[in-house]
Design a protein around this ligand. Structure first.
Ligand SMILES: *[C@@H]1O[C@H](CO)[C@@H](O)[C@H](O)[C@H]1NC(C)=O
Ligand SMILES: *[C@@H]1O[C@H](CO)[C@@H](O)[C@H](O)[C@H]1NC(C)=O
Ligand SMILES: *[C@@H]1O[C@H](CO)[C@@H](O)[C@H](O)[C@H]1NC(C)=O
Ligand SMILES: *[C@@H]1O[C@H](CO)[C@@H](O)[C@H](O)[C@H]1NC(C)=O
Ligand SMILES: *[C@@H]1O[C@H](CO)[C@@H](O)[C@H](O)[C@H]1NC(C)=O
Ligand SMILES: *[C@@H]1O[C@H](CO)[C@@H](O)[C@H](O)[C@H]1NC(C)=O
Length: 551
């Protein structure tokens, strides 16, 4: 006979089965970072210049994050992703970290993979780190990641994997702490794609996976070959007349293929339907020769490392079957620092406990299409450049500028023409096909509906009517919702709003810690390390070097 005790036992088995099911239902998180990709470089924002069918397929099937902000340059952006804090709160607010600087993202910071580890995740990083490597404890495998194939500094050549950066030149490609000499000549985007696919294939699916894939693309390489791409791919873009843009298109197209291959690998492994994919740029695009690159933020103003919208309004998407209301343009305001609490919530954690960070969870807002809890964004305060910017409600205030105003303009190419946008190419892309396998592909009608809504239209007549802004002489105020292209400086008309935003900026400034930048340490020069960028701090006692090494 069936006793009460038996049924209690069966019940408890039943509940533990549910528990296990809940455990394994934690989504795999694939976080793909494109380096230096501009607003107008992806197809889903309306550009008809460079096809990005795989990226677009995920965007239309998930959420196009159209009110999404990043920090203006690499190191601050990556620190914001990893900590959920504004760079002014970690000392990372001024420019990038150089390989020869004896610093890193402070070790007291708890990073995204460490939070996810507590939730049972297996964490891997592929590609760029850029948050410190002068001692091994600053490198990824000491900060929450199980493995790393990639590089430590801000960029490298995609074929020889060396980085030219003051004060020298050296190889920068590693597997964990070992130098990956054997990868010489293999194209970085392919190397990172293959490693990501390998991780997905061999991942033990009894645990959720966190894969942080930070590509070199589309950052420029070294000055001797700024936009490295296979010749046949470059040739396929011969319809783009600007040669640098043509090469840029090839670099981007390889990145797009990578997104397709990773999505396909998830489908092949049978885990796509329980995955969450983020695709985001780290900052705005370097256009028209900035950083020897050819990105486009059209029609937004400014470039990478400026606080104009072109520097801080980012191209991004979020894809997951866990999103309750997908296939839409998400107008929820979001900032890079929000990923940490958002992903913790998506992973079944509790972001309420993260009161010490600047990030605000967007998980419910994005999934259910509810209003975002983020009303303001501190774009940055950099007292070394002498610039700062903040958005509160619909108003954005800019104070000071980055390059003495020399990048405070609108840059092409517009990229609205070139080829006919090909919806079938999106549907037939590897990502599109992978989505079809789990019945999540967007329909032609959905794509037709979404794309124009994700396109920013600013007209030259608005520009001509606007009161232009000279940040060398004045603070400027824009109604960013009505005037996303920053044509019309309203500072003179709304002095009370200017005063209120300056006050806000001031209260953020009072919480800032000083920038952590250090002078380049001569010990870091790769010429002392067999021409490899290395964790030189591990080989010297702290203190003055010159007594230790004769340089
Ligand atoms: C990197 O470290 C992880 C964890 O210790 C290890 O599993 C992996 O094999 C290492 N990778 C390489 C290439 O050494
Ligand atoms: C996967 O992990 C589970 C739980 O840790 C373990 O029991 C199993 O043996 C692992 N499978 C493989 C193929 O390693
Ligand atoms: C916004 O914050 C409030 C107060 O913390 C909370 O109750 C609400 O659920 C949040 N909304 C969303 C969409 O997360
Ligand atoms: C801006 O101009 C000042 C004075 O001419 C100069 O010292 C400084 O180096 C310039 N800064 C930049 C970033 O160009
Ligand atoms: C931009 O213009 C296109 C073409 O006129 C239109 O379909 C689309 O709705 C506009 N986008 C927005 C966001 O207003
Ligand atoms: C922030 O505070 C510092 C020192 O307290 C001051 O020198 C700087 O000008 C302030 N910056 C801004 C943007 O208010």
């Amino acid at each position: 006979m069936f006793s009460l005790r038996d049924s209690a036992w069966i019940l408890s088995l039943f509940y533990s089965a549910i528990l296990v099911a809940c455990e394994t239902r934690k989504p795999n998180i694939i976080f793909i970072v494109a380096d230096d990709l501009g607003w107008n470089d992806v197809g889903f924002h309306g550009s008809n210049q460079i096809p990005t069918p795989n990226i677009d397929a995920l965007a239309y099937s998930g959420l196009i994050l159209n009110n999404y902000y990043v920090t203006a340059i690499c190191t601050p952006s990556r620190s914001a992703i990893m900590t959920g804090k504004y760079p002014i709160h970690t000392g990372m607010q001024h420019t990038v970290l150089y390989g020869a600087e004896a610093r890193g993202l402070p070790l007291k910071e708890k990073l995204l993979p460490q939070y996810l580890q507590e939730l049972g995740y297996d964490n891997h990083i592929v590609g760029k780190w850029h948050l410190g490597s002068y001692k091994r404890e600053y490198t990824p495998t000491f900060r929450g990641f199980k493995s790393h194939l990639g590089y430590w500094t801000g960029h490298h050549d995609y074929n020889d994997h060396t980085a030219v950066e003051a004060p020298g030149w050296g190889l920068d490609m590693r597997r964990n702490l070992s130098v990956a000499y054997d990868l010489h000549g293999k194209y970085s985007t392919d190397v990172f794609t293959q490693e990501s696919v390998r991780i997905i294939k061999t991942h033990n699916v009894s645990k959720p996976l966190f894969l942080y894939l930070a590509h070199a693309a589309v950052h420029s390489g070294n000055p001797y070959n700024p936009l490295p791409a296979p010749d046949d791919v470059v040739k396929s873009f011969s319809f783009i007349k600007n040669y640098n843009r043509q090469r840029f298109a090839a670099v981007l197209s390889k990145l797009d293929q990578s997104v397709g291959a990773v999505t396909q690998a998830l489908a092949d492994r049978g885990i796509l339907s329980n995955s969450l994919i983020v695709f985001t740029t780290d900052n705005g695009g370097p256009a028209e020769g900035f950083n020897l690159n050819a990105a486009s933020n059209y029609p937004l103003k400014g470039v990478k490392n400026t606080l104009w919208e072109g520097g801080v309004r980012g191209s991004a998407l979020l894809w997951s079957p866990l999103i309750r209301k997908p296939n839409r343009i998400a107008t929820q305001r979001m900032h890079l620092v929000d990923w940490l609490p958002t992903l913790v919530d998506a992973a079944g954690g509790d972001s309420c406990q993260l009161s010490h960070i600047d990030g605000v969870t967007q998980w419910r807002a994005l999934s259910n299409d509810e209003p975002s809890n983020r009303t303001e964004i501190l774009h940055n305060i950099d007292d070394i450049y002498g610039n700062a910017a903040i958005t509160v409600g619909s108003w954005k205030l800019l104070k000071g500028t980055t390059y003495n105003g020399s990048w405070d303009n609108w840059y092409g190419p517009s990229g609205r023409t070139g080829y006919d946008y090909d919806i079938q190419q999106v549907i037939d892309s590897p990502a599109g096909k992978a989505l079809q396998r789990i019945n999540k592909a967007a329909t032609v009608q959905q794509i037709l509906d979404m794309r124009p809504k994700a396109t920013i239209n600013c007209s030259i007549s608005d520009f001509l009517q606007g009161d232009n802004c000279n940040l060398l002489e004045e603070n400027c105020l824009f109604n960013i919702e009505e005037d996303p292209c920053e044509f019309n400086n309203m500072a003179k008309s709304y002095p009370a709003i200017v005063a209120r935003l300056l006050q806000k900026l001031d209260s953020y400034n009072q919480t800032a810690i000083p920038p952590g930048n250090l002078p380049l340490d001569p010990r870091g020069n790769p010429k002392y390390w067999n021409y490899v960028w290395t964790n030189f701090g591990d080989y010297f006692p702290d203190g003055d070097v010159t007594t230790v090494i004769n340089i």
